[in-house]
Design a binder for this molecule. Structure first.
Ligand code: ZN
Length: 207
C-alpha cells in the first residue's frame, strides 16, 4: 500500500489515480498546517522547493452565496489553486477540489454556485488569507521593492507591482489621536530641523 506522501522522484502524473492518505496522517497534516477543520487532506506532494496538498471539503452541503439556500446536489467539480504560507524553506501550494452545486429555489437568479471557503481564502483570491495578511504586514513595514526582495527570500515570491497593489488595497493601521502635544510639535524652533525629542526636560541634544 502506497503512502499518501509522494516523494520528489515519484513518477506521479495527473493521470495517476488519486493517492488517498492514511486517515491519521491526514489529520496530522491538517493540524500541523493549521488548516480549517472542514477541509480534508487527500494527497501530499513533496518536491524539492514546494509542498503541495490536495484538499477537499468534508461538508455534505453548501450554502448559495446569493440566496443562502442549502444544496447537496453537485453540478460539477474544478480545482482551485491557492498559495499558502511557506513551510520551512518550501513554498506551500493548496489545490482545493471545489464543488459547484445546483441552487434549488427557482426564484434564485443563479442556477449554480461554487462552494466557498471563507476560513481559508477570500472569494476569487489566489492566496490564502493568512498569506495575504503576512504579505501586507511585510509590505507596510518595508515598502515596495524591499518587501518584494524579502518575500522572495522567504519562499513567497511576489512581484513589486503586486506589493504595490496590496499596499493600495490594505488598510493603514489606525493610531489614536494624541491628547497632549509637546512644544516640538508646534515647530517652536523653526530655524532648526524639527526632531522628536524624548529626553525629558532641559535643552534638546544637538544633532
Ligand atoms: Zn441561490
Amino acid at each position: 500500500m502506497r503512502s499518501g506522501i509522494i516523494e520528489e522522484n515519484d513518477p506521479h502524473s495527473p493521470g495517476d489515480p488519486l493517492l488517498k492518505m492514511n486517515p491519521l496522517l491526514a489529520i496530522f497534516a491538517t493540524q500541523f498546517l493549521l488548516l480549517p477543520a472542514d477541509l480534508h487532506v487527500e494527497e501530499v506532494l513533496l518536491e524539492k522547493n514546494r509542498l503541495m496538498l490536495v484538499l477537499s471539503s468534508t461538508q455534505l452541503t453548501a450554502a448559495c452565496p446569493y440566496c443562502s439556500s442549502l444544496s447537496a446536489h453537485v453540478h460539477s467539480h474544478y480545482t482551485r489553486t491557492l498559495v499558502d504560507l511557506p513551510w520551512k524553506a518550501r513554498a506551500v501550494v493548496l489545490r482545493v477540489q471545489v464543488r459547484r452545486f445546483f441552487c434549488p429555489p427557482a426564484a434564485c437568479a443563479h442556477r449554480t454556485f461554487a462552494e466557498q471557503f471563507p476560513a481559508l481564502a477570500p472569494v476569487f483570491a489566489r492566496r490564502t488569507s493568512r498569506q495575504l495578511q503576512r504579505l501586507c504586514q511585510i509590505a507596510l513595514a518595508l515598502g515596495g521593492r524591499p518587501a518584494a526582495r524579502l518575500l522572495s527570500q522567504q519562499a513567497m515570491p511576489t512581484s513589486f507591482s503586486t506589493v504595490l497593489r496590496l499596499l493600495r488595497h490594505s488598510s493603514v493601521p489606525s493610531f489614536p489621536s494624541p491628547r497632549v502635544l509637546g512644544i516640538d510639535d508646534f515647530g517652536a524652533e523653526k530655524r532648526r530641523p524639527l526632531r522628536h525629542y524624548t529626553g525629558g526636560f532641559g535643552a534638546p541634544p544637538s544633532y
